[in-house]
Design a protein around this ligand. Structure first.
Ligand code: NAD
Length: 454
């Protein structure tokens, strides 16, 4: 008899995936944090199960993980590294962080184990039918080894690169999917408020260039039906978007649209909570628009053909506690720092803070001809000239370093203050720089006063 496959993570996806694995003739041992759930599934299918604490006792040469996120994957794998037989293959099918995946693969290799990533797309519906798209990060040999197992759960199976590449691909797929869904929700909301029938809009969009997976599948099945039951949690989508934005940051790829998308999904998560399905993003859009998307002509009350002259802007409506909190979080994400006065103004004079920030956004954050790194250097020079507080200069130095600017390039930017603003201004920026980058100097070999300024 073939070695058993240990399947850990029996949630919305893992339950049907493990069923298909078993149906294809692979002997499966079920495992989940929720022991009763694993036990009940095993009894229903007539297969074995094991409590998580005893997962290491299963003589499995293959382990499949379908867990919520990287921390869960890391904790489960840490418990298995020393107990699995040498040469065993761990396949992480969850949507995890690529950096964590690469690190886990290295740890697994140190124990003589193989670790690959094979995240999926297609949702619960295609997990049930065994028609998932599977994007694999592995070398050729491990890919070939995993293929017969993966083929019982998916139909489109592609090796996209070495370990970690599957998880990067998955996060980027979900980024595009999330942009598509929030975009479709906004388009239907605008149309419905104008008097268009959302169902008719979908039919037209699907026969036009604007159609996407959200308009073809999700909007009608999960939103217009009011079911909101795709089985993919909104919180998991936010996790995937964060992963994608991490990739954007690490690769220094300007992605303002993606940042805005993450902001919208994070605000929706905050407003709707952990139980929300990801299709509830449309409900979040509806709530803000003051409309409900249903098939049929919208009620006349929902059709203001003319915008009242004194109507408030979208920004002016954003005054709930949630929105203010989200505003600060979003600043932290897009700039990489938040100053003390931002936090206090957010609480005490949000409107003025927003107005001031629009100026900062237009002049500094918005990508035009100068890239963000050049702008950051210019900012550091101007803060040095103005003798801004040390912490203010340092926050920009840290952002510049994060963006890949070298300590020497930053020092050169500070030195530009010397000819016009003078040594005292220069020393101000220089102090901030030396502290952040941990620069040291050359001590005199003769006795001298220690002049601390500089
Ligand atoms: P889920 O929350 O429904 O299921 C997760 C399961 O893992 C639960 O049964 C939970 O009890 C179990 N679990 C959590 N921590 C554990 C631990 N430390 N040890 C053992 N078991 C643990 O999630 P899901 O929707 O099945 O998604 C699983 C993964 O697949 C996620 O990474 C998600 O982003 C991804 N994904 C989901 C979908 C979808 O449509 N639901 C689609 C594609 C990818």
């Amino acid at each position: 008899m073939t070695d058993p496959i240990l399947f850990i993570g029996l949630g919305a996806m893992g339950t049907p995936m493990s069923r298909n694995l078993g149906a294809a003739g692979h002997p499966v041992v079920l495992c989940d944090l929720r022991e009763q759930h694993a036990q009940a599934l095993a009894a229903e299918r007539g297969v074995a199960w094991v409590p998580l604490a005893q997962a290491g006792t299963v003589p499995a040469r293959t382990v499949i993980l379908m867990l919520p996120d990287s921390p869960a994957v890391e904790s489960v794998v840490s418990g298995l590294l020393t107990s699995l037989p040498a040469g065993a293959l761990i396949i992480d099918m969850s949507s995890s962080l690529p950096t964590s995946t690469v690190a886990l693969a290295q740890r697994a290799a140190e124990h003589g184990l193989a670790f690959i990533d094979a995240p999926v797309s297609g949702g619960v519906a295609r997990a049930v039918t065994g028609e998932l798209t599977i994007m694999v990060g592995a070398d050729e040999a491990e890919f070939e080894r995993a293929l017969p197992i993966l083929a019982s759960m998916g139909t489109e199976i592609t090796r996209v690169g070495p370990v970690g590449a599957g998880h990067a691909m998955k996060a980027l797929n979900n980024l595009l999917s999330a942009i598509g869904l929030v975009g479709a929700s906004e388009v239907l909301a605008i149309g419905a408020k104008f008097g268009l029938d959302p169902k008719v809009m979908l039919d037209v969009l699907n026969a036009s260039t604007g159609g996407n997976h959200a308009t073809r599948v999700k909007m009608e099945r999960f939103v217009l039906s009011r079911a909101f039951d795709s089985g993919f949690a909104l919180s998991l989508m936010v996790k995937d978007l964060r992963t994608a934005l991490e990739l954007a940051r690490a690769t220094q790829t300007p992605s303002p649209m993606s940042t805005l998308c993450l902001d919208q999904w994070t605000a929706a998560h905050r407003a709707l909570g952990d139980d929300a399905d990801h299709t509830h993003i449309a409900h979040y859009v509806e709530r803000r628009a003051g409309i409900e998307l249903r098939p049929g002509p919208p009620a006349p009350a929902a059709v203001p053909h003319q915008v009242p002259a004194d109507s408030k802007s979208e920004d002016a409506e954003m005054t709930s506690q949630d929105e203010v909190q989200e505003y600060i979080d979003s600043m932290a994400r897009s700039r990489g720092y938040v100053l003390n006065y931002h936090k206090i103004m957010a609480k005490h004079d949000y409107e003025t803070l927003k107005a001031a920030n629009q100026l900062v956004h237009a002049a500094y954050l918005k990508e035009r001809t100068l890239d963000r790194r050049t702008k950051e250097l210019i900012f550091i020079t101007s803060l040095t000239v103005m003798r801004a507080t040390k912490s203010h200069i340092q926050s920009h130095i840290k952002v510049a370093l994060d963006l890949g600017v070298t300590p020497m390039e930053i020092l050169e930017a500070i030195e530009i203050a010397l000819p016009e603003a003078g040594v005292v201004a220069f020393q101000h920026g220089f102090d901030a720089w030396a502290e952040v980058v941990g620069a040291d100097g050359i001590e005199p070999r003769v006795e001298a006063f220690n002049a601390s300024a500089g």
